[in-house]
Ligand binder design. Sequence first.
Ligand code: MN
Length: 186
Amino acid sequence: MDHLQQHLADTLKARRSERGWSLTQAAQVTGVSKAMLGQIERGESSPTIATLWKIATGFNLPFSVFIEADDVDRAIPRRRQLLQEYSPADNLMQVLPLFPFDAQLNFEMLVIELAAGAGSESAPHEPGVVEHVVVIEGELELQVDGNWHRLVQGEGLRFHADCPHAYRNPRDRPVRFHDLIHYPQR
Ligand code: MN
């Protein structure tokens, strides 16, 4: 088991047990099968980004919590090659936690890359979650509450993410964008 898989397995187990949920209950809140959750906890499966996002949303946890522990106290440039990148086999989407979730500041900042023509749908997050999307390179179409918005390099959109939303790359080259996700105070 690699480092990432181990961290994912440990985090899922710990967060499920702290809620006192059985695998069946966790499957109900996340929409991810009990068998799959069990495999992840045993380090036998690397879930797709879509699955991991369902798990994070079902647990009301930031995505990056499952990828990397937060290390805000260390002032180190977050260079790309040092980032724990989450990109499963299909390679249509990559997520890099530029700044993993910080519990004091209540946000995480991700770099997301979508391959040409690729898309991703997101279930509603808990009320109070706000996303700030800024395109770094390429072009992005972003659907919020049924409406599509087109963003080019340097443009941004902030939205309440407690409704269905989706991202897609309309172009024949990759799009890269920042997604700063702010979570409600606990
Ligand atoms: Mn989202």
